[in-house]
Design a protein around this ligand. Sequence first.
Ligand code: S3P
Length: 186
Amino acid sequence: MLALALPPVNPPVPEHVLLVGMMGSGKSTVGRIVASRLRRPFLDSDADVERRTGKSVPEIFAERGERAFRAEERAALGTVLACGVPSVVAVAGGAVLDPEVRRRVRSAGVVVWLDVAPSALFRRIGNGAGRPLLGTDPAGTLARLDSIRRPVYRELADVVIDVACRRPDAIAEEVVRASRGPLGAV
Ligand code: S3P
């Protein structure tokens, strides 16, 4: 009897490509390039928070504090991740500290961590303008946040890309390759 290769009964579940990592690691820049190469929408949790609230991220921190910002961020990610169209999603740096957000991110697709050492981040970010968490000691704060978050990103990521000293389009190419997986899933 002939063995026929039958098509799968269920179509593949749409998967997002999710970029995680510290602020300044290039999630938005790389994410836009990846989205255009995969011909997918690009979604950004900070942009969604700003759209929902009509305020910038620094304004929300200044007027309502970090706790309120995190609640807006959780709500925005809930909407973004529920999007039925496979997308490329930049997940803001601190969002995945919330276990529920982590659970949703993990089950939403391929998670790629853009890894940069804090000293290199500091060189990129400089005085931290527009980044309310960094306060008056950006270098020290980046190092402290990195030590708390590094294990979280590592545990969450399917793929880790060391992005130090690399151009966004080269990093994007690696994300595209990694997101296709061994079976070319994307
Ligand atoms: C934050 C990262 C920022 C923004 C806010 C807080 C964080 O987003 O959500 O300033 O806690 O790391 P990006 O990671 O997109 O810069």
